[in-house]
Design a protein around this ligand. Structure first.
Ligand code: TXA
Ligand code: MG
Length: 360
């Protein structure tokens, strides 16, 4: 049974927060907004409640959860031996969309970390998430609230969509759209140099200047190829995938990219396949001059000149693709700079690495 309650994202009704925190304290699940995506939370010190998160999502037990804290004082309850450099970074970055892999405190049950001796920790920059953690009195373990494999939820409606037919008690706090729309950046600081496991809204450029050391960026963090399962246990699973086949177009130069999107679309139309385009407002405008595109469904993924708008609507665009009846979605790639790195990682993975690139 889903119990959905709407709150103001910046000034939430404390009666709702209190009711949701009662769910957490009694071992039930709460779907709540963060600045990145909605999470599906449980008391991180209650192993059985955390197992409930895995069951609800259909998540493999070896894919660990992120522990969310509201106050730096809680860090020592979940992690140990945090180096001074990392503490200095945390002081600047939290609350914010940055998850750190740290040595696990023995108080964190093995269910949360999939039996690992490291734990993923972050402090979310969302008033509702922070109020919920504080009111619960415990750190909250939460993965993204989507069913395993589905695009992450950026609206409470996405959470409802994924669990409406299940017989599970979930309290859903609906605070409207999340702010960034892609999940937090994850960096493993138990390694030297630190390794970027997942790009996110906290950009690589910001990380490099905060850490002031080199940061390793494996190919899989760019969404290219399969992950190293020892380093990144969750990355081996298919992610973000719409049910409809998706391909991603990529070029370093924008005028070649519009041509590539057009040529690719025409190829599929000739094969009598039904296509949809997931493209930016700028590209949609450029394509209006071609009559062959007048009947093709277009999902606008944001403004090319402002990649934050693309991050914010990306997962909703992938979910929208499944709601129209087409054989294939053709998505526009963007530059791997700033939050663009996170967008390209999600798009490439969502396509199952079906990339079409410019020749040059
Ligand atoms: O923005 C976010 O991070 C959202 C919100 C709800 O906070 N959460 C989120 O959780 O995206 P999830 O479970 O969808 O992604 C967490 C990732 C998984 O790929 C998991 O494998 C990885 O973090 N992870 C968790 N603990 C880890 C550990 N000890 N070592 C390496 N990777 C870990
Ligand atoms: Mg997830």
């Amino acid at each position: 049974m889903l119990k959905v309650r709407k709150v103001d994202p910046l000034c939430p009704d404390m009666a709702v927060i209190k009711e949701a925190s009662d769910y957490i304290r009694h071992g039930y699940l709460v779907a709540f907004p963060t600045e990145t995506v909605y999470g599906l939370g449980a008391d991180s010190f209650n192993g059985d409640a955390c197992l409930g998160v895995f069951r609800a999502k259909g998540r493999p037990p070896d894919n660990p959860l992120i522990v969310h804290i509201a106050d730096l004082k809680e860090l020592n309850r979940v992690a140990r031996d945090v180096p001074d450099l990392v503490l200095r970074v945390i002081a600047k970055a939290w609350p914010g969309p940055l998850t750190l892999i740290l040595p696990r405190s023995p108080d964190v049950p093995k269910e949360v970390t999939g039996g690992r001796d490291t734990v993923a920790v972050r402090s979310p920059a969302h008033p509702v998430a922070l109020a919920l953690i504080k009111s619960s009195g415990v750190p909250i373990a939460a993965p993204s609230a989507n069913k395993s494999g589905r695009p992450s939820p950026t609206l409470a409606e996405h959470v409802v969509e994924d669990y409406i037919n299940d017989n599970i008690n979930i309290y859903v706090i609906d605070a409207g759209p999340t702010f960034f729309g892609v999940e937090s950046t994850i960096i493993d600081v138990t390694k030297n140099p630190p390794v970027l496991l997942r790009p996110g809204p906290f950009t690589l450029e910001e990380l490099r200047s905060l850490f002031n050391v080199d940061i390793a960026v494996p190919e899989f963090a760019r969404g290219l190829g399969e992950a190293d399962v020892v380093l990144a246990p969750g990355m081996k699973y298919r992610h973000y995938a719409p049910r409809t086949r998706l391909i991603v177009t990529e070029c370093s130069d924008y005028s070649s990219l519009t041509r590539l999107i057009r040529d690719t679309a025409i190829d599929y139309l000739r094969k009598r396949l039904r296509i949809a385009l997931l493209i930016t407002k700028e590209t949609a405008e450029a394509l209006t001059m071609y009559p062959e595109f007048s009947d093709i469904p277009i999902i606008i993924i944001g403004y090319r000149e402002d990649p934050y708008t693309i991050a914010a609507s990306l997962f909703d665009s992938l979910r929208s693709l499944d709601k129209i009846n087409v054989d294939i979605g053709i998505a526009e790639g963007i530059e791997e700079r700033g939050i663009g790195l996170a967008v390209m990682n999600r798009l490439r993975k969502a396509s199952g690495f079906s990339l079409v690139k410019c020749k040059s």
